[in-house]
Design a protein around this ligand. Structure first.
Ligand code: UD1
Length: 346
């Protein structure tokens, strides 16, 4: 075994894919998840892919004492990858305290427990949302682009969490951190054993699109075609979920093997290519041969016009690069939707 990693939020979308990649790389994984936005069947999917069922604790990380007990039961954890968080932008505007309480307490508790259990590193899930709408000279976005005032409590929790981690390490905490700023993760594991399982009506583009293609939703609303972009729809950097998961393994290796002198490092994780909503719909239809009924509607409040990554730092320093094409990624999302139908889930 390479080491033992706690994956907080490990049954969620990014957490489950990362668990698979950690296990494939030789790590032992312990998951803590309160199942507030995931379910236990995810563990079956992970086991089908890797042959190993990770240790699992259904637990809310906001409870410091109980989390401490779990860590006492699981001695020898080397590092933590912290996904566990509430992540619906719209909900965060309506329920700000839920977001501040969940997303901040979890991080504070984990940072407090890490030295007690001699953990050497924490990988933290941040988001390109911290850049807001970058000014034109900052596109594609590097890690040096200015942080903009958050547009939602969700976005604000990401900014505050980054600061909490930096301040704690600056104050001498005996561990390292790698903060990963994700662009738009999409797709599913190619085996279709794990993928994204949104609760209720999906808010994000790709799950809504695959549900529409399946006939679960009548049509996809494209939010705006009057933006200052070539076809008028918004531009994002869509990153394959398995590619994204692999970056976490590299980040953990880097901290545990002390490959860097820096105690906190920040990396953008994206492909470096901006894709519009309409381009994505066309690419999906071409890749799968399935039509997606869609109509143009008004802009969605709070949406950013265009943002995509400059991933050079991650490419050079981590030796990580997004590899899977958009077409293959969208095909994997479709395969996952078909798998959900077979299982009678959606
Ligand atoms: C949002 C958040 C991001 C967060 C991510 C995960 C902002 C600014 N960004 O990303 O921080 O990490 O969610 O939940 O809040 N679209 C449609 N029709 C739909 C759904 C989406 O046209 O039914 C369009 C959107 O206008 C957008 C693109 O698809 O241009 C992607 O939207 P979405 O998947 O919701 O992600 P973001 O808003 O980019």
């Amino acid at each position: 075994m390479k080491g033992k990693i706690l994956v907080a939020g490990g049954t969620g979308y990014i957490g489950s894919h990362t668990t698979v990649e950690l296990q494939k790389a030789g790590y032992e994984v312990v998951i803590i998840d309160d199942l507030s936005n995931s379910n236990l069947e995810v563990l079956d999917g992970i086991e089908k892919i890797t042959g190993v069922r990770p240790a699992f604790y259904k637990w809310d990380l906001k409870d410091l004492e109980g989390t401490r007990k779990i860590l006492q039961e699981q001695p020898g954890i080397d590092g933590v990858i912290l996904f566990a968080a509430s992540k619906a932008v719209g909900e965060s505007v309506k329920l700000p305290l839920k977001y501040y309480r969940n997303n901040l307490t979890t991080v504070i508790n984990m940072l407090e427990l890490m030295p007690e259990f001699n953990m050497k590193g924490i990988v933290f899930s941040s988001s390109c949302t911290v850049y807001g709408q970058p000014d034109p000279q900052y596109l594609p976005v590097t890690e040096e682009a200015p942080i903009k005032p958050a547009l939602s409590p969700y976005g604000n929790t990401k900014q505050i969490n980054e600061e909490i981690i930096q301040d704690t390490i600056h104050a001498g905490a005996p561990f390292k951190s790698i903060i990963l700023r994700y662009f738009n993760p999409i797709g599913a594991h190619p085996s279709a054993e794990i993928g994204e399982l949104p609760n209720g009506v999906p808010q994000n583009l790709v799950p809504y699109l695959t549900q529409t293609a399946m006939g679960i939703r009548k049509e996809l609303s494209v939010f705006g075609d009057d933006y200052n972009t070539p076809d008028g729809s918004c531009i994002r950097d869509y990153i394959n979920i398995v590619d994204l998961a692999k970056a976490h393994v590299i980040a953990m290796d880097r901290m545990l093997e002390n490959k860097s002198d820096q105690k906190v490092e920040i990396f953008n994780l994206g492909t470096g290519h901006g894709v519009s909503v309409l381009e994505l719909v066309r690419t999906f239809e071409k890749a799968t041969g399935v039509k997606v009924p869609h109509k143009i509607v008004g802009r969605r409040e709070g949406d950013i016009e265009k943002v995509w990554a400059n991933p050079e730092k991650a490419n050079k320093v981590l030796g990580w690069k997004a590899e899977v094409s958009l077409a293959d990624t969208l095909e994997s999302a479709w395969k996952w939707q078909l798998h959900l139908r077979e299982k009678g889930i959606q």
